[in-house]
Design a protein. Structure first.
Length: 150
């Protein structure tokens, strides 16, 4: 996990519509950047729906929500449509942002060790500095927790 107070690494990734996004375009806004393992899984769906439900409150506070996983653009599009997600979901199959934000880790699942995305949420301020980092994310509470931080 990256340290609070450090500059957020730049990203350049396609969203669920194939449009490339960078962090630079969000300068002047707070950014909730959350990394999650996989579209359409129970925890990731709860997390995304929580952010969708509270999205109006985030925008009122001048914040944008961006989700990132290694799923494809088409997987993200289906996920967005199925749950009416109002925010940007970036596709990172090459793991560029996932590794830059130090969320690609060894995971132990029922005794099976593999590499994967550790659910992590960052709050980045208007100047691009990480002001909050959480790698102990509870999927169902993440949006509530982050809304309180914004």
């Amino acid at each position: 996990m990256l340290e609070v107070g450090t500059k957020a690494p730049e990203i350049s990734l396609p969203d669920q519509n194939g449009t490339i996004h960078t962090l630079e375009e969000y300068k002047g806004k707070k950014v909730i950047l959350y990394f999650y393992p996989k579209d359409n899984t129970p925890g990731c769906t709860k997390q995304a729906c929580g952010f969708a439900e509270r999205y109006p409150q985030f925008t009122e506070k001048g914040a944008v929500v961006i989700g990132i996983s290694k799923d494809s653009v088409s997987s993200h599009k289906k996920f967005e449509e199925k749950y009416s997600l109002p925010f940007t979901i970036l596709s990172d199959p090459e793991l560029t942002a996932i590794k830059a934000y130090d969320v690609w880790k060894e995971k132990n699942n029922y005794g099976k060790v593999s590499m994967g995305v550790v659910r992590t949420t960052y709050l980045i301020d208007e100047e691009g500095i990480i002001v909050k980092a959480n790698d102990k994310v509870k999927a169902e509470n993440d949006s509530e927790t982050m809304l309180a931080e914004v």
